[in-house]
Each structure stands twice: as structure tokens, then as C-alpha cells.
Design a protein around this ligand. Structure first.
Ligand code: ZN
Length: 307
């Protein structure tokens, strides 16, 4: 091709390109709501720049006792898709969706995950039938987090089929990072001597972590922070710490640390640090994403339990 022809051809090419693609398509972004910060992180990773996300219970917030504001009701009514954890985690959420007057698609991110059943306190003493409830803290196992990400991907593809390629690519890229995280969690926990893998936290949020990675967690409060720890439960934990020489108690980012401080005081157990259970930290505090949160937690466990 002669030089002039080449220039003309590239000019025409550039014109054709600019006519066909007037800037990257500014399609309106899909309005999504996530109920709490950890779920919001998953949703943002999968949705990428195709979505506009609002998270209702932000960093450090406790979704168990979340009370929706009128502004939240408007956000839900406005959304095309609402992601919830489900399993009773977001106490008042189902009512909020109904009352909001909108008709968003509601997606239960924990769908299909094998659940851990909890026996609620108090049934054993009178011998009556155990009152079991599913433990909602599924994300504490990375395998479950990956299942949630797959659910989120499928929900976005169904709600916005034009974005299929983007959602699938985003989910695959994020899932690869979660696979690395999961391997690191296993390696880190494996280095802690088995007899020292026993700790106290304030509420029972780490059951899936315990089952997946082999650390025993005991908690004076049940699976929700809604009920106070009973005096009986606290006394039982204190006896257990003494009898089993449990090395450390951990404070949670969403719970009042005073009860744990008192338990540490009475037993001589060390306060091992803060674990993130139900919410991320602010971006500057080292647990602003799910991956950072899990890495923070295993670091704290490893350093408190090492020897
Ligand atoms: Zn919780």
C-alpha cells in the first residue's frame, strides 16, 4: 500500500470507529443493593462497573440488629436487584423489601450452601425437643464465599443478560483470588499446634471456619448478637477456659468488648486481638475487603495461638 493510501485508510478507519463507538457505551448501570459490607464486597467484585451498588449495613455495622431507615426503604424500592445473605441473618430485611413498595429481584446469596445447624441454648436442661436454627455466618468458610460469588454471578446474568461476559470474567478473576486465599488459610492454620487451636469469641460466628479449618471456637453469645449472653453461658465458658487451658479470647469488631475483657480477667486467658466476624473494617483499617478480613483473622489467630 502506498503511504498516502495508508493514511487515508487509517483516517477512514478512525472515523468509522468513532461513528460506531461514540465513547464507551454509557448504558445505565444496574442498581444493586447488598445488605451488609462483606456481601457488598462480593457483589461489587462480580458486578464491576456494570452496577451501581448501595450497601445498607456498612463497615463495622451489625446486621443482626439492623433497623432500616426510610432512606433504606427508598434505596430498596429503587433497586433492580437486592442481595441478602438469608438464613435469618438480616433480621428485619424481608419485611423491608415487602414494605418498600418496589419490586426488585431478591437474591439469597447463601442458596445451596450446606448449612450448619445450631442448637439454641436452654433446650437441654428441660429435655424438650431441641430448637435448631441454621447458622447464617456461611462466609466464614472461603469455600462458601466462592459459592456465594457463583450465586451472585448467576443472578446478575439472569437480571442483565447483556453483561454475561463481564459478570463471568469478573467472577472468575475474583474466584481465582479466593482459591489462593483458601489455600493460605489452610497453610496458616496447619502451622498452629492442634492442641492450641481453641479460642473464645463473643458471639457464635465462626462455626463454618471451625468446621472447614479445624479451630474450635466457643462463644457466650449464640449465633445472633440480638440476645445478651446468659449468666449461665458466661459461667460455662469460664469453667471451660480454666479446665481446658484455652489460650486466648478474641474481641469482635461488631460486639461490645467488655464481656470478653471480663472473661479474660477472671480466667487469665490472653486477649488475642480483634477478629472480623460479620462486617468489614473501614478501608484504612486493614480489613476493608473480604480477602483482607480473612487474612487479618488468620494472622491474629496464628500469632495468639502459636505458642
Ligand atoms: Zn453474627
Amino acid at each position: 500500500m502506498r503511504r498516502r493510501d495508508f493514511c487515508a485508510a487509517s483516517l477512514i478507519g478512525a472515523l468509522a470507529l468513532s461513528l460506531a463507538e461514540p465513547a464507551p457505551a454509557q448504558a445505565p448501570r444496574l442498581k444493586a443493593v447488598a445488605t451488609f459490607s462483606i456481601l457488598g464486597d462480593f457483589v461489587q467484585n462480580v458486578g464491576g462497573d456494570r452496577i451501581e451498588l448501595i450497601t445498607l449495613v456498612g463497615p463495622g455495622g451489625d446486621a443482626h440488629v439492623y433497623t432500616p431507615s426510610p432512606a433504606d426503604a427508598r434505596r430498596v424500592a429503587d433497586a433492580a436487584i437486592v442481595f441478602v445473605n438469608g438464613l435469618g441473618f438480616e433480621g428485619r430485611m424481608p419485611r423491608l423489601v415487602k414494605a418498600s413498595g418496589g419490586s426488585p429481584v431478591v437474591v439469597e446469596a447463601s442458596k445451596g450452601i450446606v448449612l450448619r445447624k445450631m442448637e439454641e441454648e436452654g433446650h437441654a436442661s428441660d429435655g424438650s425437643h431441641a430448637d435448631t436454627q441454621a447458622d447464617p455466618h456461611v462466609w466464614q468458610s472461603v469455600a462458601n464465599a466462592r459459592a456465594m460469588v457463583a450465586n451472585i454471578r448467576d443472578a446478575f446474568v439472569a437480571a442483565d443478560p447483556a453483561g454475561r461476559t463481564a459478570y463471568e470474567a469478573n467472577a472468575a478473576a475474583y474466584d481465582a483470588k479466593l482459591a489462593v486465599l483458601e489455600a493460605d488459610v489452610r497453610t496458616t492454620i496447619a502451622r498452629i499446634p492442634p492442641e492450641r487451636r481453641r479460642i473464645i469469641t463473643s458471639h457464635d460466628a465462626f462455626g463454618y471456619f471451625a468446621a472447614a479449618y479445624g479451630v474450635e471456637f466457643l462463644a457466650p453469645q449464640g449465633v445472633s448478637t440480638e440476645a445478651e449472653a446468659s449468666a449461665m453461658a458466661v459461667a460455662r465458658i469460664i469453667r471451660q477456659i480454666k479446665a481446658q487451658a484455652i489460650p486466648a479470647v478474641f474481641i469482635e469488631n461488631i460486639s461490645d468488648p467488655r464481656l470478653l475483657a471480663r472473661i479474660a480477667d477472671e480466667t487469665g486467658a490472653r486477649i488475642g486481638g480483634t477478629l472480623y466476624s460479620d462486617a468489614l473494617s473501614g478501608p484504612a483499617d486493614g480489613a476493608g475487603t473480604y480477602i483482607e478480613m480473612m487474612r487479618h483473622n488468620i494472622r491474629e489467630l496464628a500469632s495468639a495461638l502459636a505458642s
